[in-house]
Design a protein around this ligand. Structure first.
Ligand SMILES: Cc1cc2nc3c(=O)[nH]c(=O)nc-3n(C[C@H](O)[C@H](O)[C@H](O)COP(=O)(O)OP(=O)(O)OC[C@H]3O[C@@H](n4cnc5c(N)ncnc54)[C@H](O)[C@@H]3O)c2cc1C
Length: 542
């Protein structure tokens, strides 16, 4: 017998969990396909578990870019969630919404032919506000009644306090809320999507309360490989179930794509939706010519600043051997200690080229030397600290293409981080600004030496080279099936998140963003899912 449901959601990540719950609220029948694993695992729950997912874990898929010519032919590795909750089950949990200007800009773009696009900040603030139960704030920006738990970190390392004070000594205001009245200008302590040492992912917030709902069919370890299309109408999906069997599943109403910015364009193209010429190169019959599919790939580039400490400061070795056991026991018995910390405890926003303008650099402070694929083997592990500088509104654009018509082949990805000269210029300015914080105020008393970038004869050219050698993803790919106005031939979606030219198909993940938001992206991705759910529930189709 054919398997059938009212709605099919593809991808149980940030946006997929959110759209599913919004549909279930209105008693709709939903089948949610998640290619990855269940999210029940203590390392996922504990904030400090985050570092275990960065380099190798079954809960992540490690995408790789093609060699980036402008970055000395380096390949960037981009982990993405492979688990219910998607990125929100493995991420650093920093809670950030973006700023009003981000969404007002979307609204302007989308309103060209349609005076009421409804993506402005005023329309979207209630989605963000109602999403959270905030452990600290209850005001016009924050609620204490939503499903997502947001809180300040219960454990702060002394180096982190030093960072905040050192950056303040450079003239930045200390802000108590990066999502409040003065959202993205200043230095302060981040809020996190967790509470009492427990991660709060999209799966925890939106799916766990629905696990016994008979209207939800949750298909884990079940990857969708293609859409089933009849006369320009999407009627279902082809998928591989957990035993490896290939099957079909049908939707009475709509299919909603939410497998993330790399896989959404891949599935569209494998289904014959994309640039006709590119599809023909893989012998895929074009069902609908949409040249924007896979284009407009954006990500936040991040570059490291690393310093060795002159004493036993920070978290070096705290996640290994007997120290890890001791920290784990303290957390289990008393709920206290550094297991409550994700490792990133404070940050800052600044425009280093014009302090009175909107910020374009976000910084993350980590009270240890942050080792990843780029730094392992290049620097010696030791007591120390890392600051990453992130460009929040990059002008560089990359792409996602197919390698072949085989679903098993990963997509070809080019992120083009820092390719645009303005991005590189801003990043160099950001590096210089935060390098100064290692030399000023309380941090200067604990820094033995800055090891990255190498300080010998350092000038702007050498900082540029350092950025190109070490730039990597801040894990926020976006924009590969962008919403756009009717006169934009590269737009893949209309302002109701519907795929142009086809019936019964929407996209609600990070791919839908016309321009990436400033700051981290989980809350914006969940907002996209909730907004899509409202469009579907209102049947608000124009
Ligand atoms: C390591 C890391 C750290 C991060 N840190 C932060 C942070 O601190 N703060 C923050 O706000 N954001 C952070 N992010 C970013 C944030 O998590 C993502 O932007 C967000 O999760 C994207 O949401 P999404 O719905 O677009 O996709 P995802 O959340 O990635 O969800 C996509 C889902 O689809 C599934 N899937 C893929 N292919 C298929 C298929 N064929 N069939 C069915 N299912 C499929 C995947 O397994 C995944 O569960 C981080 C991300 C990562 C990876």
């Amino acid at each position: 017998m054919a398997e059938i449901s009212e709605y099919i959601v593809v991808g149980g990540g940030a946006s997929g969990c959110a759209v599913t719950s919004q549909l279930l609220k209105k008693n709709k029948k939903v089948t949610l396909f998640e290619a990855g694993h269940n999210n029940k695992n203590f390392l996922i729950d504990w904030p400090a578990g985050f570092f275990k997912f960065i380099n190798k874990s079954k809960f992540a898929t490690y995408h790789k870019t093609k060699p980036q010519k402008h970055l000395f032919d380096r390949e960037n590795i981009v982990p993405q969630g492979n688990v219910l909750g998607g990125g929100t089950s493995i991420n650093a949990q920093v809670y950030m919404r973006g700023r009003a200007e981000d969404y007002d800009e979307w609204n302007d773009i989308l309103s060209i032919n349609n005076n009421k696009a409804d993506w402005d900040w005023e329309t979207l603030l209630p989605y963000f506000r109602n999403m959270e139960t905030n452990g600290t704030f209850n005001n016009k920006h924050h609620s204490q009644e939503g499903p997502l738990k947001v809180s300040h970190c219960k454990y702060i390392n002394e180096l982190t306090h030093d960072f905040v004070n050192s950056v303040a000594s450079l003239g930045l205001e200390i802000v108590d809320d990066f999502n409040g009245d003065n959202p993205q200008n200043g230095v302060g302590y981040y809020q996190f999507m967790n509470s009492n040492g427990q991660r709060s992912s999209a799966a925890n917030a939106y799916i766990d309360p629905e696990r016994n709902n008979p209207n939800l069919k949750l298909k884990l370890n079940s990857g969708v490989k293609k859409l089933i299309i009849e006369n320009n109408k999407v009627i279902g999906v082809e998928y591989i179930d957990r035993t490896g069997e290939h099957k079909n599943y049908f939707a009475e109403k709509e299919v909603i794509l939410a497998p993330g910015s790399f896989i959404t364009p891949k599935l569209l193209m494998l289904s014959g939706i994309g640039d006709e010429k590119e599809l023909s190169e893989h012998n895929i019959k074009c069902v609908h010519h949409l040249p924007g599919v896979g284009k407009n790939l954006m990500d936040h580039p991040e570059c490291p600043l690393i310093a060795r400490a002159n004493g036993k400061y920070g978290y070096y070795k705290q996640g290994e051997g007997w120290r890890m056991i001791k920290n784990g026991i303290e957390f289990l018995i008393r709920g206290t200690g550094l297991v409550n910390s994700v490792g990133v405890e404070a940050g800052a926003f600044v425009n280093p080229l014009n302090r009175n303008d909107l910020s374009y650099i976000q910084a993350f402070f980590v009270p240890s030397i942050y080792m990843n694929a780029d730094t392992i083997g290049v620097i010696e592990p030791d007591y120390g600290m890392s600051i990453t500088t992130v460009m929040t509104k990059p002008k560089s654009r990359g792409y996602v293409k197919l390698r072949s018509s085989n679903y098993e082949d990963p997509p070809e990805i080019s992120l083009n981080l820092l390719k645009h000269e303005d991005d590189l210029k801003m990043m160099v300015a950001g590096q210089k600004f935060f390098m100064e914080s290692l030399k000023q105020g309380p941090l200067s008393n604990k820094v033995k030496e800055i090891i990255l970038p190498n300080q010998k004869d350092l000038d702007d050219k050498k900082i540029e080279e350092h950025c190109k050698r070490f730039v990597r993803t801040n894990y926020h790919p976006a924009g590969t099936a962008k919403m756009g106005a009717d006169n934009d031939h590269m737009a893949v979606l209309n302002s109701k998140l519907q795929v142009r030219g086809l019936d019964n198909l929407r996209v609600c993940d990070m791919s839908a963003m016309p321009i990436i938001n400033s700051g981290n992206t989980s809350a914006p991705a969940m907002m996209l899912g909730l907004r899509c759910g409202d469009f579907l529930n209102d049947n608000n189709i124009n």
